[in-house]
Write a protein that binds this ligand. Sequence first.
Ligand code: ADP
Ligand code: MG
Length: 147
Amino acid sequence: PLEPWHIRGSVVKGFGRGSKMLGIPTANLSTEGHTTLLSEHPSGVYFGWAGLPARGVYKMVMSIGWNPYFNNKEKTIEPWLLHEFDEDFYGKELHLVIVGYIRPEMNFPSLEKLIEKIHGDRRIAEKALELPLYLKYKDDPYLKAIG
Ligand code: ADP
Ligand code: MG
């Protein structure tokens, strides 16, 4: 298991591809102040807990990287919160406790394969986060802290 790490930032606009193209919305976290962290942690898919202050704490599966399929030039932090929301939450503060690593970033021959893989990642995250080892971090005060 990972030594859990904590990051927070505001939710910024990305290319809008997650929901529209993949049916998988990812709340892009502002990378401001996270450059060291971004360089220290390998690109790939992680899982953990996401806190939206004043709303709740949700399971999340997250990509950190360049999204090779889309050939991005900037490394991004993109958690998919495993919950159905009625509204967007752009501009809101998002707190993350990252507890596990699933796989390195990779490229895919088609959009279908990419989507399939992400759903596989989601299932892994859903199950892993029920294990006491990872479930306990749901109560981490960091997820609810304001400011
Ligand atoms: P963008 O490229 O701007 O990040 P996306 O298509 O990835 O656009 O959609 C992400 C946005 O959708 C988030 O910023 C958030 O406001 C909203 N959203 C709604 N439901 C979710 C969810 N379950 N997980 C992550 N973001 C969500
Ligand atoms: Mg996104």
